[in-house]
Design a protein around this ligand. Structure first.
Ligand code: 13P
Ligand code: SF4
Length: 311
């Protein structure tokens, strides 16, 4: 429709005027993915945010992702379409709670590894960050002589323990979207598509991960689907991933993993962003990510360590 076309043209004109780059996560709606300069997983987005020479970063994802871009780019303007786009994992580990826990357990001298789905305050309290794309690598590089505390995702943490054989104490957070997939819901869709392969995100529960042929980050799902020897693949993650996968692997039949209640799973936070809000944040340069400089500096250290260690 003409209105949508006008909106897209207006966004592209504003992008040029502001010397902005549009970064989008794989869970964004198709129209946002299609207008973005780069679409990827948290790891790819962190590298892109670090390397861009644009003056403005318009970050279409959730708040912690835009905040990560600001941590490594203190002099750039980082805008996001909706400042209320949060994340249940971030909410499950408030900074003050982690700070109190570390104080109460100071004698353990924990090496703290934080999954990137957390606030800048939590990042500032940890030794290194990881994403689902590099968690195994980062945990393998952790010092052997210190116990590890892994925050905030207990499911991702359990999967990394299985992969590395390294024991870790796990913060009991979870992604409210990925824990909706169940053994029954995935077995049901498997029965409807005999011979289909299953790829699942490591934020899923162990019961679901055990049914998967591959467990990996959203970006690695693309390589898996591209190289899969069969046409039918069941994708057990947030629904936005299907748009990206269908574009990258047009010859595959990509089937959304269902939950017990729905045919697919949407992250309500990721879906708060719209083309109109993307336009408005570029036009108004608001909402912007702002961070106290001391927190930013402390959060940057473990983030740069991650970028270095995962090369
Ligand atoms: P990825 O880094 O694998 O894209 O995951 C991000 C996320 O929020 C998963 O729910
Ligand atoms: Fe957070 Fe889950 Fe949404 Fe990812 S899908 S942003 S982990 S709530």
């Amino acid at each position: 429709p003409a209105v949508a076309l006008d909106l897209k043209e207006a966004i592209l004109a504003l992008k040029k005027e502001r010397n902005a780059v549009i970064l989008a996560h794989n869970y964004q709606t198709g129209d946002i993915q299609d207008i973005a300069d780069y679409v990827g997983d948290s790891l790819g987005l962190a590298y892109h945010a670090k390397e861009t020479d644009a003056d403005v970063i318009a970050f279409c994802g959730v708040h912690f992702m835009a905040e990560t871009a600001k941590i490594v780019n203190p002099t750039k303007v980082v805008v996001l379409p909706d400042k209320d786009a949060g994340c249940s994992l971030e909410q499950s580990c408030p900074g003050p709670e982690l700070e109190a826990f570390l104080k109460a357990n100071a004698e353990k001298n924990y090496y703290v590894i934080a999954y990137i789905n957390c606030s800048a305050h939590v990042k500032a309290l940890c030794d290194v960050i990881c994403t689902s794309g590099n968690a195994v690598k980062i945990v393998n590089k952790a010092p052997q002589d210190r116990p590890i505390l892994f925050v905030p995702d207990a499911n991702l943490g359990a999967w990394v323990m299985e992969q590395t054989g390294r024991k870790m104490d796990l913060w009991q957070g979870s992604c409210y979207v990925h824990v909706e997939f169940t053994r029954d819901s995935i077995n049901r869709i498997k029965a409807e598509h005999p011979g289909a392969l299953v790829v699942a995100h490591p934020e899923c529960t162990q019961a679901v991960r055990l049914l998967a042929d591959e467990v990996c980050s959203t970006e690695k799902m693309i390589t898996f689907c591209r190289n899969a020897p069969v046409k039918d693949i069941i994708v057990v993650t947030e629904s936005g991933m299907l748009h990206r996968l269908r574009r990258e692997c047009p010859d595959k039949n990509l089937i959304a993993g269902p939950t017990d209640r729905c045919a697919c799973a949407d992250c309500r936070y990721m879906k708060m962003n719209t083309l109109q809000k993307l336009h408005d944040c570029l036009a108004n340069l608001s909402p912007q990510v702002e961070l106290p400089e001391d927190i930013r500096q402390r959060a940057e250290v473990p983030l740069l360590r991650m970028l270095e260690q995962s090369r």
